[in-house]
Design a protein around this ligand. Structure first.
Ligand SMILES: [Zn+2]
Length: 201
């Protein structure tokens, strides 16, 4: 019933779409073959407080927000764009393993880090990657330098959060205004070719 009310409100008041706590996302072409796979009935929970206990660092302190996740000019924007200045150091959000560090199409120089619970964070358009696949990294470890490689009109960081090779809105976990983590845990399940991400109150 609550969902129906939210949908109806969103129809009449589109700017209230943010009030939905339900997101479906599609398959993105960038894939890491060793990523954690979700089984059809499996539920995965990601809790920001648990991640923070292991260590947290906002990847680009003092950044400005350029563009959020979601539909942009008729195309799906798969992450958040944030910027400081060219060649600023981009740092890892949480402890983990580098599972990709290479040039990938529109992403340009791209780094993907897998964290212990299966969440992956992606950092791209880098002028230079500072890590290689297989490296162990900590929250705050330098990963790359901010740049405009790939499809980018200016120096910035394109930042994604991913599970099972599918991106979801990073602002469900990250407060980009205040450079903090949010509080709500997320429940992630498989849905058709994508994933469903719901906040757990
Ligand atoms: Zn972007």
């Amino acid at each position: 019933m609550k969902k129906l009310i939210v949908i109806l409100l969103s129809l009449f008041f589109p700017w209230m779409a943010w009030a939905q706590d339900y997101y479906d996302v599609g398959v993105k072409h960038i894939k890491v073959t060793s990523s954690r796979q979700l089984n059809d009935k499996e539920e995965m929970t990601i809790c920001p407080m648990d991640l923070m206990e292991e260590g947290f660092f906002f990847p680009l302190p003092d950044c400005k927000i350029l563009s959020p996740y979601g539909s942009r000019d008729g195309r799906m924007h798969s992450g958040w764009d944030i910027k400081t200045f060219a060649n600023d150091t981009i740092r890892c959000a949480f402890n983990g393993d580098v599972v990709m560090s290479e040039w990938f199409a529109d992403y340009g120089n791209c780094v993907i880090v897998r964290h212990p619970n299966g969440l992956e964070t992606l950092y791209s358009h880098n002028s230079k990657n500072l890590v290689k696949k297989g490296d162990k990294v900590k929250a705050g470890s330098p990963l790359a330098l901010e740049g405009r490689t790939g499809r980018a009109t200016g120096d910035h960081l394109h930042f994604e959060t991913r599970v099972d090779n599918k991106h979801f809105d990073p602002s469900l976990l990250f407060d980009f205004e205040n450079h903090r983590l949010k509080k709500d845990c997320l429940k992630i399940t498989k849905k058709k070719n994508g994933i469903s991400v719901k906040k757990v109150k």
